[in-house]
Design a binder for this molecule. Structure first.
Ligand code: IMP
Ligand code: MG
Length: 433
């Protein structure tokens, strides 16, 4: 059975949650491989809106197994809040949700370090989600992180927390002028978390590989997006994990030969939260309309998202670094009534035309080069058959695919679970189980 990865091609918030929820029906297991509760995946069905941060969106389908891999950073408080909210709605997690023993944990001092460091950066701040993600990954790389498995043993955990606070309390005090953390209290809290985590913990690499050996199919769920990846994006305005397809293997403990294809989720336009370059950002009425109609406010922080035209340079780059087999284009209906529609086909930087994403983007000094296409005059959210989409929509999607060097495999044209269409004989027909 094929295993497929799903990644964001933009700056996150592409609508991955909805696509995963829809795709999950075809797979046995959904596995997250990076990021943490900085993510916010919104899935709407019936009159219920589910916002998930850590737990894979597959959890909303009762017969699916969900995995939080070793590459994810887990804030136990946030995880249990999410589990409680799911259980309160009758969605069970026991024996369905597995957390890697090797996943690193977010501790309260990670928040403290992030707040201090962002404040100190001043105008150069990254605009993080303040969830402690960056400092947790820093600790992981510095080899001072605390993993889920470490909470199982009070002695081990105590030594680690005391050793870390020895350094961290000094850092917080001298560098950021923030108060110290009490090791005793933190040890008690994390021992308790460890107890509650125990039934969820597993060697998830073993679990996944055994399942795949037995012919079960896995959907690898990415968070954030290509242009927030620690290596492949607008550094330093990025998140601290490998959000591109490459992260699947290290973040889950599986070999590359297990990944049969990668789907890139992209909005029909572009959004970004937080600081950093965004070449197609609009500071006008169209940008305002995209934000209002698309309800472009962060699912995690509530911040208004920056909005702009579809960026074909960014999409082509995402197709390359992820080896995309198909695009899933979301929120197409948000473009209803906008005429003309513009697609960015290149950038002009210092008078030079650029077609490939440069390794650094000057903030502000980029002129996007656009191609205009006609908009469509009737609303499309109710359309359920590919051939019933207006010809202008087909034209827009064709051009978007050409510019991105990747075929469109799926579109979402409304918030509803049913508002998803696949083109006949499209690339996903061959890829999906
Ligand atoms: P961090 O991941 O909290 O460290 O934030 C780093 C950057 O990534 C900031 O610009 C955030 O706004 C952005 N970011 C992190 N997670 C998401 C997400 O799930 N969607 C959109 N942007 C995100
Ligand atoms: Mg989001």
């Amino acid at each position: 059975m094929p295993n497929v990865a799903l990644v964001g091609t933009q700056w996150g918030d592409e609508g991955k949650g909805k696509i995963v929820d829809w795709l999950a029906e075809r797979f046995d297991i959904v596995a997250r491989y990076q990021g943490g509760n900085n993510a916010g995946h919104t899935v709407i069905y019936g009159d219920t809106k589910h916002v998930l941060h850590l737990v894979p969106s597959g959890i909303l389908r009762p017969d699916k197994i969900c995995v939080i891999g070793n590459g994810v950073v887990v804030d136990p408080e946030a995880l249990f809040e999410e589990i409680d909210a799911l259980e309160a709605r009758g969605i069970t997690t026991r024996d369905r949700l597995w957390v890697s023993e090797r996943a690193h944990l977010i501790l309260p001092y990670h928040h403290g370090i992030e707040l201090g460091s962002e404040a100190r950066r001043g105008d150069d701040r990254i605009g993080t989600t303040s969830r402690g993600i960056g400092p947790c990954y820093q600790d992981k790389m510095a080899r001072s992180g605390i993993r889920a498995i470490d909470c199982a043993d009070r002695g081990v955990l105590s030594r680690m927390i005391v050793a870390n606070l020895n350094v961290v309390n000094d850092l917080l005090h001298h560098l950021y002028g923030r108060g110290p953390f009490d090791p005793e209290q933190m040890i008690e809290t994390y021992v308790a978390y460890g107890q509650r985590l125990r039934p969820y913990l597993a060697d998830t690499s073993l679990l996944l590989n055994r399942a795949m050996d037995a012919g079960r199919s896995v959907l690898f769920e990415g968070a954030q997006g290509t242009h927030l990846d620690i290596d492949h994006s607008t550094y330093p305005f990025v998140t601290s994990s490998s959000a591109t397809a490459g992260g699947v293997c290290s973040g889950l403990g599986i070999g590359p030969s297990r990944v049969d294809g990668v789907i890139g989720v992209t909005k029909a336009y572009t959004t970004r939260v937080g600081a950093g370059p965004m070449p197609t950002e609009l500071d006008d009425e169209v940008g305002e309309q995209l934000r209002r109609v698309g309800q472009e406010f962060g699912a995690t922080t509530g911040r208004p998202r920056r909005c702009g035209w579809f960026d074909g340079v960014a999409a082509r780059y995402a197709a390359r670094v992820n080896g995309l087999a198909a695009l899933a284009v979301t929120k197409l209906d948000v473009l209803d009534g906008i005429d003309p529609l513009r697609l960015c086909v290149g950038y002009e930087i210092d008078g030079v035309h650029v077609k490939e994403m440069p390794s650094t983007l000057p903030n502000g000094a980029i002129r996007p080069l656009y191609e205009d296409l006609p908009g469509w005059s009737r609303p499309i959210a109710e359309v359920r058959r590919w051939e019933d989409l207006p010809p202008e929509v087909h034209r827009y999607l064709e051009r978007l695919a050409e510019i991105s060097h990747c075929p469109v495999g799926m579109v979402s044209n409304g918030a509803d679970r049913e508002a998803i269409m696949l083109p006949p004989d499209g690339p996903l027909e061959r890829l999906l189980p």
